[in-house]
Design a protein around this ligand. Structure first.
Ligand SMILES: O=P(O)(O)OC[C@H]1O[C@](O)(CO)[C@@H](O)[C@@H]1O
Length: 240
């Protein structure tokens, strides 16, 4: 892994958007998986501006959803897919065939996982995986204790994720399970960015980057991956 610290969230977001654009300019038919949540929103807004300014063409790209709360979908405010549709897919005007998110309302979630595994594996892995980090060190919804070798799977959410996850919803919401890409998709991705912002994540980030590599801290997997770019703002890095 390499670690790069930016003075603030704006510079972190600007740099990330520029990298996304450069990667797509180099590989116009790239397969990308981009996290939902609050952290990448600034990068997505800036990326959309680059596309609208004609600096990058996304018409041949394919986008894969990273994770979703079980029982929720793109039309549910607060869902993971709602975030990426709102901040990225819709503003970019993507066609339906360019977007593949989990159907977390499907009866057969195992089949959903198999569908996503096959899609990613069939393309030889992701060209870009942009992930955030949860307050408990989760990456996507790979909770502490999840094997690093997992593919897509259904997960029982950790207490912390259920509590923190309320921030995405405008009223108290029952969250129990998630469906998520596994960490083997991180291992297999050609380019990985771990984006972390804010002092509230500083202690967890310190454990992930300076502590032991352990499945108890899923984000610690980045220590084992030379191609992971850990991009953070100064607040997130204040304990490193
Ligand atoms: O950017 P946030 O909102 O802190 O979320 C961090 C991570 O948590 C998740 O939203 C899942 O809880 C991930 O998809 C995300 O990368």
């Amino acid at each position: 892994m390499t670690i790069q610290t930016f003075p603030d969230y704006d510079e972190l977001s600007q740099h990330t958007a520029g990298h996304m654009a450069a990667l797509i300019n180099q590989k116009p038919d790239a397969l990308l998986c981009l996290a939902s949540g609050d952290t990448p929103t600034g990068a997505f807004h800036r990326f959309v501006a680059l596309v609208k300014a004609g600096q990058v063409d996304v018409s041949r790209c394919t986008f894969v959803g990273l994770d979703e709360w079980v029982g929720f979908g793109p039309d549910d405010a607060g869902s993971c897919s709602n975030y990426v549709y709102r901040d990225l897919f819709r503003p970019l005007g993507l066609r339906d065939d360019q977007v593949h998110t989990f159907d977390a309302k499907a009866n057969d979630l195992t089949a959903e996982c198999a569908r996503m595994d096959a899609l990613i594996d069939g393309r030889g892995g992701l060209d870009l995986l942009l992930v955030g980090m949860g307050m408990n060190g989760h990456v996507a919804l790979n909770e502490p204790g999840t094997p690093f070798t997992n593919g897509c799977h259904v997960v029982e959410l950790a207490e912390s994720t259920i509590t923190v996850g309320q921030k995405y919803f405008d009223k108290e919401t029952v969250l129990t399970q998630g469906i998520t890409l596994g960490l083997r998709h991180l291992t297999g991705a050609k380019d990985v960015i771990l984006l972390v912002s804010g002092a509230k994540k500083a202690a967890t980030l310190h454990s992930a980057l300076k502590g032991p590599v352990t499945e108890q801290v899923p984000a610690s997997i980045v220590q084992t991956r030379p191609n992971v770019r850990v991009w953070i703002d100064a607040d997130a890095g204040n304990l490193l």
